[in-house]
Design a binder for this molecule. Structure first.
Ligand SMILES: NC(=O)c1ccc[n+]([C@@H]2O[C@H](COP(=O)([O-])OP(=O)(O)OC[C@H]3O[C@@H](n4cnc5c(N)ncnc54)[C@H](OP(=O)(O)O)[C@@H]3O)[C@@H](O)[C@H]2O)c1
Length: 253
């Protein structure tokens, strides 16, 4: 139910100027979808959209009217929206009490408020055709809850909870809501958050497998995809043996 065959369909991808969003935009175009990509970096976004024949919408997801603008412009240009990939996001790592207040606001606005606003703007348009998909790119941090990433983990956990409840609300409407929770991915994410990725394990993966998981969520109505797939193991351990999981996490990071 709700599965979308992508050829000829119109898909909005937020944060399509680089990283996971750009890889997802390319993968969607490879399936024959028309992509509308968003971002602030005009040069990077137009390079990706030119490459795949997509449409660029420039803007900051923190702006109050942005989500409505994206939906209005996309429907104006292409007549419809069949799926949306809510991917734009920012991270932060470090002790919570040293986290600047403006970074807390940024994470809440970009990672939580903007996805909710876009969902609110796009869901009626998806439901109009009786078939559609809404995919949130969350993070394994939102499921495992990573130390020193308290605000980031909380934002992604919020979106996981939000998506689960939206899936219930949209049940029967033909619109599928799913999430993709990646582990470490080799993108500009770590440079943008201001702290390099410093774990020896697991090594960051390429963004393409994450993009492939986004397509599976849309095409096969997957509810939550972990990338890489073995990350499901620690999530089960945490759910079944929370104290044991936390002890292991303290010991091995
Ligand atoms: N990389 C990882 O290890 C990892 C792991 C788990 C989850 N994730 C999640 O995956 C998603 C994509 O991250 P990524 O790794 O691809 O990072 P990235 O390479 O830094 O890309 C982030 C994207 O988000 C957009 N963005 C950020 N702030 C924005 C704003 N205020 N307004 C509009 N667009 C904004 C950026 O566009 P502009 O710069 O053009 O505005 C960019 O396209 C995020 O939600 C992140 O939390 C990443």
């Amino acid at each position: 139910m709700g599965a979308v065959q992508l050829s000829g369909k119109v898909v909005v991808v937020t944060g399509a100027s680089r990283g996971i969003g750009a890889a997802t935009a390319r993968a969607l175009a490879g399936r024959g979808a028309t992509v509308v990509g968003t971002g602030r970096d005009a040069a990077a976004l137009s390079a990706v959209m030119c490459e795949i024949g997509g449409t660029a919408i420039l803007g900051d997801v923190r702006d109050a009217g942005h989500a409505d603008d994206v939906v209005r412009q996309t429907v104006g240009a292409h007549g419809r929206i069949d799926a949306a990939v809510v991917n734009a996001g920012v991270g932060y790592t470090g002790p919570f009490t040293e986290m600047p207040a403006e970074r807390i606001d940024e994470l809440l606005e970009v990672n939580v408020r903007a996805p909710m606003r876009l969902a609110r703007a796009v869901l009626p348009e998806l439901a109009r055709h009786g078939e559609g998909a809404l995919v949130f790119v969350t993070s394994i941090a939102g499921v495992l809850l990573v130390p020193r990433e308290s605000v980031y983990s909380a934002t992604k956990a919020t979106v996981e909870a939000f998506a689960e409840l939206l899936r219930e609300e949209t049940r029967g409407s033909g619109v599928h809501v799913g999430t993709v929770a990646p582990g470490a991915v080799a993108t500009d994410f770590f440079a943008t958050r201001g702290t390099p990725y410093d774990r020896s394990f697991p090594q960051p993966i390429a963004p393409e497998p994450v993009a492939a998981a986004v397509l599976r969520v849309i095409e096969d109505s997957v509810e939550r995809a972990y990338v890489p797939g073995w990350l499901r193991g620690p999530t089960l351990l945490r759910r079944l043996l929370p104290r044991g999981y936390r002890a292991l996490s303290r010991r091995y990071g």
